[in-house]
Design a binder for this molecule. Structure first.
Ligand SMILES: [Zn+2]
Ligand SMILES: [Zn+2]
Length: 345
């Protein structure tokens, strides 16, 4: 089968022929229906290595990329999983957690103390014709086609988790700022719209992204430039925003997040752009929190799938055949993808 293989740190992955994998006990073989191309994969291919990021120690290369996956169950022992059946369409949760540590027992599988490897994240992923995944990570689909559901598992889930943990702050008189309306940000706008009644402000450098943000329900759409922080203050009665979600994570966007904050704001850094924020007394208004998040839990993925099955959120997708995967990542690098690119084997 064809698979997009990442063989060496700081080198591009390539489409190659590899054997169809065999599922181990507890795993199933998935016939991939669609796999999203994520900006993180560009960081994985071109910037990361185990020396700079200790979390990468356990990664086994070569590895098939693709951590945003959906398809149909092709084979595997499903006796212990009565909610699954052969041939059923499913999405694959990107958290392949241990199930028994304290965070897992609390349902926070994305903060598992034992396991942060998953398909496309240290183990073979879904930019291939087939992949294996633990049966416990699968959420069945009712009406959604797998290729349309694939972006829910990362672009959707990571955004959903980042928003959901801030919901107590997002009262109808509150404001959320979304910095970066790309693959993740365009989902965050919809999740904010569906889960809260707050004002939604979006900042992006791309006119196309801002147009889409407005269509998806953002109330104020601002070009990212020298005036953005002032405009955010104006739109919040001079006070600043309650929640700021930075989906980019470079110096400039972190600075904008800080300038947009008010007292007791929550700034959530999701984008792995590698920027820094100088933190000292007075760097932020009093009692602001600055946090990072990682993905979302498998339980949250089930909630998000329900939202999508109910036709209340829609990943904006550009679809491509798997053969074009290398050029899709080049386009992603040049910011030429609107919403999410999904590869279909
Ligand atoms: Zn990703
Ligand atoms: Zn665990």
């Amino acid at each position: 089968m064809k698979a997009f293989r990442f063989k060496e740190w700081k080198k591009s992955a390539q489409l190659e022929d590899v054997p169809v994998p065999d599922p181990c006990p507890g795993e199933v073989l998935i016939k991939v229906g669609g796999a999203g191309a994520c900006h993180s994969d560009l960081h994985i291919m071109h910037e990361f290595d185990p020396a700079s990021l200790p979390g990468l120690d356990g990664w086994q290369l070569p590895m098939t990329l693709g951590h945003e996956n959906a398809g149909w169950i092709e084979a595997g022992d499903l006796a212990a999983y009565p909610h699954l059946e052969l041939g059923a369409p499913v999405v694959v949760s990107p958290t392949w957690s241990c199930g028994v540590c304290a965070p897992c027992r609390q349902g926070a599988t994305n903060y598992c103390e034992q396991e942060h490897l998953a398909g496309g994240i240290g183990r073979d992923g879904g930019l291939a014709e087939y992949m294996v995944a633990p049966a416990q990570t699968l959420i069945p689909l009712a009406n959604l086609e797998p290729w349309k559901a694939a972006p829910l598992t990362d672009a959707g889930l990571t955004s959903y988790h980042a928003v959901k943990r801030c919901l107590p702050l997002l009262t109808p008189d509150a404001t959320a700022v979304v910095i970066g309306a790309g693959g993740l940000g365009h989902m965050a706008i919809q999740v904010l719209r569906e889960l809260s009644g707050c004002q939604i402000i979006v900042a992006d450098t791309s006119e196309t992204a801002l147009k889409m943000a407005g269509d998806l329900g953002a109330h104020v759409c601002l070009p990212s430039d020298g005036t953005t922080a002032d405009e955010i203050r104006k739109a919040t009665g001079g006070l600043g925003a309650t929640v700021i979600l930075d989906f980019v994570g470079i110096d400039a966007t972190l600075a904008l997040a800080g300038q947009s904050a008010r007292q007791r704001s929550e700034i959530v850094l999701i984008g792995i752009g590698g920027g820094t924020f100088p933190f000292q007394f007075g760097a932020l208004p009093y009692a602001c929190s600055l946090v990072t998040t990682y993905g979302g839990s498998t339980g949250e993925l089930a909630e998000l799938v329900a939202l999508a099955e109910a036709d209340r959120i829609h990943p904006h997708i550009e679809e491509f055949p798997l053969d074009q995967v290398a050029s899709v990542y080049e386009r992603l690098h040049k910011n030429e993808i609107s919403g999410r690119a999904v590869l279909r084997p």
